[in-house]
Design a protein around this ligand. Structure first.
Ligand code: NAG
Ligand code: NAG
Length: 368
């Protein structure tokens, strides 16, 4: 079998933006570890297992990070917990000084937070280039299991649960997108596509990544969905191709193991379009009065932002390639994609040398 994932969209159909809410707003119940709804001002509990992240503004957002110190994300994706910039959602609180820069962008289709910091303080092993988290995972219950997200960005007030989100986190960078809208071309599942997990933040969630040391909130253009490229505009139709990350696996058919390959072997060198941001408001820091844990003998409030960023030479743009692939249960491409190096987004891409976008064409899903 051979399927070429090019699809055509009639231009006429795209003249009027058509809003589609299906697959956008979550209809299920909250995961068992979570409060029934997003709640501000809950007790600070740094042992919490709550997995409810709210993504509301440059100073009110959460990420998912490990429960226990020194964890490698690839090993604990299923059990990461929510850490928030403010006491909320019964979740853990990100201590002051951990975050060294934030760029928070609002678009018509998603809200996205990108941040730098010392995430070893949030239990990620030093040097771990991390992994990708999303509400799907091998069991379909999410990575983490029962992880949920809300945002109030649409009206600035009402907490809404969203179905599709994705996050990459490494020891020094995090990016998280919540898909708040969709239309008939781009569903929330495409805008929050979750299978390009070795590609890193700058590829999957493009934006301005030169913000370390700054705390900004901006509006931004809508990016193309991760991996999507425009291939043809001929007056009546627009063609798109989709890059699929390369991986191989084995499944069993009638008792016989059959190997298969998905994706291409050369990585695209850049995204279709890097969205620009506008109306940025810049702030000097982010703080909540919660210090690092007692064991760290760091007085509350002085948790040094200096120390957190000092060992990194990332130049504002590290990639967060990952070692595992969630979702299919197939064997992962694993560590070959790691160069363990510094990586700006570009070198993260180069590191993944066995990926390709076939020239001007489409990603190919090959089963044989
Ligand atoms: C859906 O939204 C995208 C991004 O704004 C846009 O490019 C596309 O034309 C829209 N499709 C429809 C059918 O409105
Ligand atoms: C919470 O997450 C689980 C697992 O992804 C999902 O099944 C459920 O629908 C989510 N509930 C809400 C309210 O988002």
């Amino acid at each position: 079998m051979f399927s070429l994932s090019i699809f055509l969209v009639g231009l006429a159909a795209s003249v009027h933006a058509q809003q589609v809410t299906e697959g956008v707003i979550a209809t299920g119940t909250m995961g068992v570890t979570n409060p029934p709804k997003a709640t501000m001002g809950t007790d600070v509990n740094q042992e919490s297992e709550s997995r409810l992240a709210s993504i509301n503004s440059w100073e009110d957002w959460c990420l998912f990070a490990p429960k226990d110190a020194g964890s490698t994300i690839g090993d604990v994706e299923h059990s990461v917990v929510a850490w928030c910039t403010k006491p909320r959602n019964n979740a853990r609180v990100i201590p002051d000084g951990v975050i060294t820069g934030v760029s928070f962008i609002k678009t018509d289709y998603y809200v996205q937070v990108m941040a730098y910091g010392d995430f070893t303080k949030l239990n990620i092993q030093d040097g771990d280039y991390g992994g990708e988290l999303d509400p799907h995972g091998p069991t379909g219950d999410g990575n983490p299991v029962g992880g949920n997200v809300t945002s109030n960005v649409v009206d600035g007030n009402t907490d809404v649960s969203y179905e599709e989100w994705m996050s990459f986190i490494s020891y020094q960078q995090v990016c998280l997108r919540v898909c708040t809208n969709a239309n008939s071309t781009w569903g929330a599942d495409l805008m929050c596509e979750h299978e390009l997990d070795v590609m890193g933040c700058e590829f999957v969630m493009p934006g301005n990544y030169q913000f370390d040391g700054k705390f900004e909130e901006c509006e931004a253009e809508v990016a193309y969905p991760p991996g999507v490229y425009v291939t043809a505009i001929d007056g009546t139709s627009t063609g798109y191709s989709t890059f699929r990350q390369y991986y191989t696996g084995v499944y069993t058919a009638d008792g016989t193991p059959v190997s298969y390959t998905v994706g291409t072997t050369v990585t695209p060198s850049s995204v279709q379009m890097k969205p620009s941001s506008s109306n940025c408001q810049t702030h000097s820091t982010i703080t909540n009065g919660v210090g690092l844990s007692v064991g760290d003998s760091q007085p509350t409030g002085s948790a040094a932002s200096g120390s957190s960023g000092s060992s990194s030479t990332r130049g504002g743009s590290s990639g967060s390639a990952t070692t595992t692939r969630s979702g299919s249960g197939s064997s992962a491409t694993s560590g070959e994609s790691q160069d363990g190096g510094e990586g700006d987004g570009a070198s993260a891409l180069q590191a993944v040398t066995f990926f390709a976008l076939a020239a001007g064409a489409a990603a190919v899903a090959l089963f044989h």
